[in-house]
Design a protein around this ligand. Sequence first.
Ligand code: NOJ
Ligand code: CA
Length: 702
Amino acid sequence: MKKISIILCCLLGWQSQAQNTQISPDGNVKVTFELNPSGKPFYKIWYKNQEVIKQSYMGLELKNTTDLIADFKVIKEKKSTFDETWQPVWGEESHIRNHYNELLVSLHQKTSDRFMNIRFRVYNDGVGFRYEFPEQKHLTYFTVVEEWTEFAMTGDHTAWWIVGDYDTQEYDYTESKLSQIRLLNQGAINHNASQTPFSRTGVQTSLMMKTDSGLYINLHEAALVDYSCMHLNLNDSNFVFQSHLTPDATGDKAHLQAPCHTPWRTIMVSDDARNILASRLILNLNDPCAYEDTSWIKPVKYIGVWWEMISGKSSWAYTNELPSIQLDKVDYTKLKTNGKHAANNQNVRKYIDFAAQHGFDQVLVEGWNVGWEDWFGHKKDYVFDFVTPYPDFDLKALNEYAHSKGVKLMMHHETSSSVRNYERHMHKAYQLMNDYGYNAVKSGYVGDIVPRGEHHYGQWLVNHYLYAVTEAAKYKIMVNAHEAVRPTGLCRTYPNLIGNESARGTEFESFGGNKPFHTTVLPFTRLQGGPMDYTPGIFETQIWNVNPDNGSYARSTLAKQLALYLTMYSPLQMAADLPENYSKYLDAFQFIKDVPVDWQKSIYLEAEPGRYITVARKDKHSNDWYIGCTANENGHTSKLKLNFLDKNKKYEATIYADAKNAHYKNNPKAYTITKRKVDANTTLTLVAKEGGGYAVSIKEIK
Ligand code: NOJ
Ligand code: CA
């Protein structure tokens, strides 16, 4: 047999070295690594003996020097096993197991006398691999022209995708076959303040797919640090995805200095969609917590002076009197207010009172600081100073008032993407937060990046977002960044990164609406990298009842808005609607008041991307459980066995469900609330109507 294969190899001119294989701890996932006759590295992946990734080449094209693509020889391979359970500061569960088998392949490139390692980690639910560049003589500083990592699919899978773009992820998802991406690309692009689509077959990660044989595959990356964000470009003639990095202003994709490594490229796979949601592969591939003391990092439930601006009822800006603002020249005290400025003393006090009355931790106030009159669209450099309040916002008095009621104000730093300006002011801005007792900031990156020509997802910006988080940590400040690069699990290492937007959030319900299936896709895609500040809780889904000039409506029933607090996991949850809208539905609002934002355990009960997601979570600090289900436009019926409840305990369930005649379009606010006793033997049959959902609180009877 050996003889035959040697002869075959010679006939084919194949000088391949031994194939290196590693399998997952349960044996279901297998990865192989090989070199082709030209010394080009490639890998393949199987799940339960089904091919998941066909032969896929790996390598990097470098600037003005030999590429790291071919001419390699394997000089060493090392296999190892790792098994550890760690405790996140906050999360979907209190303990996370990190169990993998590793394959480390050390390569030598003959012509250039360079070394490169490829490290694979094989988990029960997928694979991560990265390129590593050890310290060496002939590779020190180098510039990446492109990373050429392939992900070769086995067929024309169904995908849930958004358009590949260097500057925004605020797109609606499209469900289609891979072969239809090119055709549907143009229709999938909606306007954004900054956007740079790069190809008709370009898509973003995390990309969710399903094969005809029922395998669920997810492609993403983990631990994106000092490198640019990876997109995927599809060759639709053979279904091979090619990595496509975000360029900098000069077109280069990454500037590296050995020793260093790339982020992990991740491939999750399962024959059960629930396992994709329950996977902790991305978090596990990130480094452990970098901070010694994390006692200052706390989950947050908040309301905000926000939706009234998003809906167009009120404004961030103080005045309409000037055609443009030059911060160092304007004297706001001499200007008339426009009468719509929401961040004024009286209004903010109203929100503080409401937060205190209903037990919220914080009140976000946007539009509190000078500069909002012409804040985006001009690539303006000195747009905000992050420290000077408008004349009608008394920084000291409002913070004191909030603190006297046990509430904190949440800081807002909209950078308008003038990032150099933000870095210039950041320390004073954080210091001001310390001085007045703020411990969380929502930041934002609307519009094109300054320095001009840079992109939101390039290496320079990737470094900035992390810098903002690690500098904030020095002031014990938690960060929730909007429009920043999509997360890749860095919240494990830097848990003061308590949220990101980085996708199309609830704000778009006011800008024309999100597709009804949107929130049945996001947990499979965007949320793989970390929590999203989705800002749920819109009870008045017909926005014209908030602002008569706004004809938009949320593609959701009211009950589904409650379910989002479960299905869209985040340690930072907003109740986004106006206090007066909650006051109209206080019985349903009770669920938002009750629902925890930190969990001991999470069990995905049902899941199908783009269709429905049902999750049960146990409160981190009690024996209470909460269930949420969101459905697409066709609705969903669940039969839920509550056998996860403690066998020795009795519980009272409160079920917040769509009424029989509820529908996201024409009857969104019809809901029912029922109470019943339940235990571990109970089966609940619950219905999410079209574009609807349900939420259940299950409290222990003591
Ligand atoms: C976009 C953010 O997503 C939104 O939440 C914020 O209110 C505006 N930018 C203004 O900063
Ligand atoms: Ca946004």
